[in-house]
Write a protein that binds this ligand. Structure first.
Ligand code: F6R
Length: 249
Protein backbone atom coordinates (compact mmCIF):
# COMPACT_ATOMS: atom_id res chain seq x y z
CA UNK A 1 0.00 0.00 0.00
CA UNK A 2 1.64 3.17 -1.17
CA UNK A 3 -0.97 5.73 -0.18
CA UNK A 4 -0.34 7.53 3.09
CA UNK A 5 -3.62 8.34 4.85
CA UNK A 6 -3.82 11.10 7.43
CA UNK A 7 -7.03 11.11 9.44
CA UNK A 8 -8.42 14.19 11.18
CA UNK A 9 -11.35 14.54 13.58
CA UNK A 10 -13.06 16.87 11.10
CA UNK A 11 -12.77 18.33 7.62
CA UNK A 12 -11.82 21.77 8.90
CA UNK A 13 -8.62 20.52 10.53
CA UNK A 14 -7.69 18.51 7.45
CA UNK A 15 -8.22 21.54 5.20
CA UNK A 16 -6.11 23.70 7.51
CA UNK A 17 -3.21 21.26 7.31
CA UNK A 18 -3.36 21.14 3.52
CA UNK A 19 -3.51 24.94 3.38
CA UNK A 20 -0.38 25.03 5.55
CA UNK A 21 1.42 22.71 3.13
CA UNK A 22 0.47 25.02 0.25
CA UNK A 23 1.57 28.07 2.24
CA UNK A 24 4.97 26.48 2.88
CA UNK A 25 5.31 25.55 -0.78
CA UNK A 26 4.54 29.11 -1.91
CA UNK A 27 6.97 30.53 0.65
CA UNK A 28 9.65 28.20 -0.73
CA UNK A 29 8.67 28.69 -4.36
CA UNK A 30 6.60 31.85 -4.95
CA UNK A 31 5.79 30.81 -8.54
CA UNK A 32 4.62 27.31 -7.53
CA UNK A 33 2.28 25.49 -9.91
CA UNK A 34 -0.91 24.23 -8.26
CA UNK A 35 -3.39 21.75 -9.70
CA UNK A 36 -6.86 22.72 -8.49
CA UNK A 37 -10.14 20.88 -8.02
CA UNK A 38 -13.72 22.08 -7.77
CA UNK A 39 -16.75 20.59 -6.00
CA UNK A 40 -17.72 20.68 -2.36
CA UNK A 41 -14.57 19.08 -0.98
CA UNK A 42 -11.95 21.84 -1.50
CA UNK A 43 -14.20 24.67 -0.27
CA UNK A 44 -12.80 24.70 3.27
CA UNK A 45 -9.26 24.60 1.89
CA UNK A 46 -9.95 27.57 -0.38
CA UNK A 47 -11.53 29.45 2.51
CA UNK A 48 -8.37 28.88 4.57
CA UNK A 49 -6.09 30.01 1.73
CA UNK A 50 -8.20 33.18 1.40
CA UNK A 51 -7.81 33.75 5.16
CA UNK A 52 -4.04 33.25 4.92
CA UNK A 53 -3.94 35.79 2.10
CA UNK A 54 -5.99 38.35 4.08
CA UNK A 55 -4.50 37.82 7.51
CA UNK A 56 -1.02 36.40 6.99
CA UNK A 57 0.00 38.11 3.77
CA UNK A 58 0.25 34.90 1.74
CA UNK A 59 0.71 36.12 -1.83
CA UNK A 60 -0.39 34.28 -4.95
CA UNK A 61 0.96 36.98 -7.25
CA UNK A 62 3.34 34.60 -8.99
CA UNK A 63 1.48 31.33 -8.43
CA UNK A 64 0.30 29.48 -11.53
CA UNK A 65 -2.72 27.14 -11.41
CA UNK A 66 -4.31 24.52 -13.65
CA UNK A 67 -7.77 23.18 -12.92
CA UNK A 68 -8.63 19.56 -13.42
CA UNK A 69 -11.72 19.94 -15.52
CA UNK A 70 -14.57 21.95 -16.99
CA UNK A 71 -18.08 21.04 -18.10
CA UNK A 72 -18.81 21.03 -21.80
CA UNK A 73 -21.32 23.54 -23.06
CA UNK A 74 -21.29 25.96 -20.13
CA UNK A 75 -20.05 29.46 -20.87
CA UNK A 76 -17.54 30.76 -18.29
CA UNK A 77 -20.13 33.06 -16.72
CA UNK A 78 -22.64 30.22 -16.13
CA UNK A 79 -22.99 29.92 -12.34
CA UNK A 80 -22.19 26.19 -12.44
CA UNK A 81 -19.17 26.43 -14.74
CA UNK A 82 -15.95 25.56 -12.99
CA UNK A 83 -14.57 28.86 -14.26
CA UNK A 84 -17.13 30.80 -12.23
CA UNK A 85 -16.77 28.36 -9.30
CA UNK A 86 -13.06 29.21 -9.11
CA UNK A 87 -13.66 32.97 -9.34
CA UNK A 88 -16.32 32.86 -6.63
CA UNK A 89 -14.55 30.52 -4.23
CA UNK A 90 -10.90 31.50 -4.63
CA UNK A 91 -9.59 33.76 -7.38
CA UNK A 92 -11.80 36.80 -6.58
CA UNK A 93 -10.42 36.84 -3.04
CA UNK A 94 -6.66 36.45 -3.59
CA UNK A 95 -4.01 38.33 -5.58
CA UNK A 96 -3.54 35.74 -8.34
CA UNK A 97 -2.97 37.36 -11.70
CA UNK A 98 -5.63 36.52 -14.32
CA UNK A 99 -3.01 35.32 -16.82
CA UNK A 100 -1.73 32.77 -14.31
CA UNK A 101 -4.76 30.55 -13.85
CA UNK A 102 -5.94 28.04 -16.39
CA UNK A 103 -9.02 25.91 -16.88
CA UNK A 104 -9.87 23.81 -19.88
CA UNK A 105 -12.53 25.38 -22.08
CA UNK A 106 -15.84 23.57 -22.44
CA UNK A 107 -17.03 25.85 -25.21
CA UNK A 108 -15.04 24.69 -28.21
CA UNK A 109 -16.32 23.16 -31.43
CA UNK A 110 -15.77 19.39 -31.50
CA UNK A 111 -12.94 19.60 -34.05
CA UNK A 112 -11.02 22.13 -31.93
CA UNK A 113 -11.07 20.02 -28.76
CA UNK A 114 -8.05 17.73 -29.39
CA UNK A 115 -5.78 20.68 -30.15
CA UNK A 116 -7.05 22.54 -27.09
CA UNK A 117 -6.35 19.50 -24.88
CA UNK A 118 -2.85 19.17 -26.26
CA UNK A 119 -2.23 22.87 -25.67
CA UNK A 120 -3.41 22.42 -22.06
CA UNK A 121 -0.90 19.61 -21.55
CA UNK A 122 1.82 21.72 -23.15
CA UNK A 123 1.00 24.70 -20.93
CA UNK A 124 1.39 22.50 -17.83
CA UNK A 125 4.72 21.25 -19.14
CA UNK A 126 5.89 24.77 -20.04
CA UNK A 127 5.09 25.87 -16.48
CA UNK A 128 7.49 23.18 -15.27
CA UNK A 129 4.80 20.66 -14.29
CA UNK A 130 2.41 20.67 -11.36
CA UNK A 131 4.14 20.97 -7.99
CA UNK A 132 1.08 20.25 -5.87
CA UNK A 133 -2.13 18.66 -7.10
CA UNK A 134 -5.34 18.85 -5.04
CA UNK A 135 -7.91 16.15 -5.71
CA UNK A 136 -11.36 15.17 -4.52
CA UNK A 137 -12.86 11.76 -5.23
CA UNK A 138 -16.17 10.91 -6.85
CA UNK A 139 -18.41 8.25 -5.35
CA UNK A 140 -17.44 6.04 -8.29
CA UNK A 141 -13.75 6.62 -7.59
CA UNK A 142 -13.13 9.20 -10.28
CA UNK A 143 -10.30 11.73 -10.00
CA UNK A 144 -10.81 14.77 -12.16
CA UNK A 145 -13.55 13.51 -14.45
CA UNK A 146 -11.68 10.28 -15.17
CA UNK A 147 -14.65 7.98 -14.87
CA UNK A 148 -14.33 4.19 -14.49
CA UNK A 149 -12.69 2.78 -17.61
CA UNK A 150 -10.24 5.66 -18.02
CA UNK A 151 -6.76 4.27 -18.52
CA UNK A 152 -3.70 5.07 -16.42
CA UNK A 153 -2.10 6.60 -19.50
CA UNK A 154 -5.04 8.91 -20.31
CA UNK A 155 -4.34 12.56 -21.07
CA UNK A 156 -6.45 15.72 -21.16
CA UNK A 157 -9.45 14.95 -23.35
CA UNK A 158 -13.20 15.11 -23.80
CA UNK A 159 -14.95 12.67 -21.44
CA UNK A 160 -18.48 11.35 -20.98
CA UNK A 161 -19.87 11.80 -17.48
CA UNK A 162 -21.33 8.81 -15.64
CA UNK A 163 -24.88 8.73 -14.36
CA UNK A 164 -23.71 8.79 -10.72
CA UNK A 165 -21.52 11.85 -11.37
CA UNK A 166 -24.38 13.67 -13.07
CA UNK A 167 -26.85 12.76 -10.34
CA UNK A 168 -24.43 14.02 -7.66
CA UNK A 169 -24.27 17.32 -9.55
CA UNK A 170 -28.04 17.51 -10.15
CA UNK A 171 -29.00 19.49 -7.01
CA UNK A 172 -26.71 22.36 -8.06
CA UNK A 173 -28.20 22.42 -11.57
CA UNK A 174 -31.81 21.94 -10.49
CA UNK A 175 -32.24 18.58 -12.24
CA UNK A 176 -30.13 15.84 -13.80
CA UNK A 177 -31.31 16.84 -17.29
CA UNK A 178 -29.56 20.18 -16.89
CA UNK A 179 -26.21 18.62 -15.92
CA UNK A 180 -23.85 18.52 -18.91
CA UNK A 181 -23.23 15.05 -20.33
CA UNK A 182 -19.58 15.73 -21.20
CA UNK A 183 -16.57 17.56 -19.87
CA UNK A 184 -12.92 18.24 -20.64
CA UNK A 185 -10.70 16.63 -18.01
CA UNK A 186 -7.03 16.24 -17.32
CA UNK A 187 -6.14 12.58 -17.77
CA UNK A 188 -4.88 10.13 -15.18
CA UNK A 189 -1.34 10.32 -16.57
CA UNK A 190 -1.50 14.13 -16.42
CA UNK A 191 -2.50 13.95 -12.75
CA UNK A 192 0.11 11.29 -11.92
CA UNK A 193 2.88 13.54 -13.25
CA UNK A 194 2.31 16.04 -10.42
CA UNK A 195 5.24 16.10 -8.01
CA UNK A 196 3.00 15.85 -4.95
CA UNK A 197 -0.67 14.92 -4.75
CA UNK A 198 -3.13 15.42 -1.90
CA UNK A 199 -6.57 13.87 -2.16
CA UNK A 200 -9.17 15.22 0.23
CA UNK A 201 -12.25 13.22 1.16
CA UNK A 202 -14.83 14.11 3.77
CA UNK A 203 -18.00 12.42 4.93
CA UNK A 204 -19.37 8.96 5.29
CA UNK A 205 -20.58 8.85 1.69
CA UNK A 206 -16.92 8.71 0.60
CA UNK A 207 -15.85 5.96 3.07
CA UNK A 208 -16.40 2.95 0.83
CA UNK A 209 -14.70 4.36 -2.25
CA UNK A 210 -11.76 5.72 -0.24
CA UNK A 211 -11.11 2.22 1.14
CA UNK A 212 -11.27 0.78 -2.39
CA UNK A 213 -8.86 3.41 -3.72
CA UNK A 214 -6.37 2.83 -0.90
CA UNK A 215 -6.62 -0.92 -0.31
CA UNK A 216 -8.20 -2.33 -3.48
CA UNK A 217 -6.52 -3.47 -6.66
CA UNK A 218 -5.07 -0.86 -8.99
CA UNK A 219 -7.82 -0.95 -11.55
CA UNK A 220 -9.58 1.14 -14.14
CA UNK A 221 -12.80 0.46 -12.22
CA UNK A 222 -11.63 2.94 -9.57
CA UNK A 223 -9.35 5.46 -11.22
CA UNK A 224 -8.28 6.86 -7.82
CA UNK A 225 -6.57 3.48 -7.25
CA UNK A 226 -3.98 4.58 -9.84
CA UNK A 227 -2.72 6.93 -7.13
CA UNK A 228 -1.22 3.87 -5.42
CA UNK A 229 1.49 4.01 -8.09
CA UNK A 230 2.53 7.58 -7.17
CA UNK A 231 5.60 8.23 -5.02
CA UNK A 232 4.29 11.27 -3.15
CA UNK A 233 0.59 10.84 -2.49
CA UNK A 234 -1.33 11.60 0.70
CA UNK A 235 -5.02 11.23 1.47
CA UNK A 236 -6.30 13.79 3.99
CA UNK A 237 -9.51 12.39 5.44
CA UNK A 238 -12.00 13.18 8.15
CA UNK A 239 -12.86 10.28 10.42
CA UNK A 240 -16.13 9.61 8.59
CA UNK A 241 -14.40 9.17 5.22
CA UNK A 242 -11.79 6.92 6.88
CA UNK A 243 -14.40 4.60 8.42
CA UNK A 244 -13.97 1.62 6.10
CA UNK A 245 -10.23 2.10 5.93
CA UNK A 246 -9.77 1.30 9.57
CA UNK A 247 -11.75 -1.90 9.11
CA UNK A 248 -9.80 -3.04 6.08
CA UNK A 249 -6.29 -2.18 7.31
C1 F6R B 1 -13.65 18.43 -9.47
C2 F6R B 1 -13.37 17.05 -9.84
C3 F6R B 1 -14.06 15.88 -9.21
C4 F6R B 1 -14.47 16.10 -7.75
C5 F6R B 1 -15.25 14.88 -7.24
C6 F6R B 1 -15.74 15.08 -5.81
O1 F6R B 1 -12.84 19.32 -10.19
O2 F6R B 1 -12.57 16.86 -10.69
O3 F6R B 1 -13.23 14.76 -9.32
O4 F6R B 1 -13.33 16.28 -6.97
O5 F6R B 1 -16.36 14.66 -8.05
O6 F6R B 1 -16.71 16.09 -5.78
P1 F6R B 1 -17.20 16.70 -4.39
O7 F6R B 1 -16.04 17.37 -3.78
O8 F6R B 1 -18.26 17.68 -4.76
O9 F6R B 1 -17.70 15.56 -3.58
Amino acid sequence: MAIETIIFPDAEQAAQQVAKKIQQLIQRKPDAVLGLATGGTPLLLYRELIRMHAEEGLSFAQVRTFNLDEYEGLPPDHPESYWSFMQRNLFDHIDISPGNYHLPSGMLAADAVPEHCEAYENAIRAAGGIDFQILGIGRNGHIGFNEPGSTISSRTRRVTLCEVTRSDAAPAFGSIEQVPTHAISMGCATILEAKEIVLLAFGEHKAEIVAQAVCGDVSENVTASYLQTHQNIHFYLDSAAARDLRESM
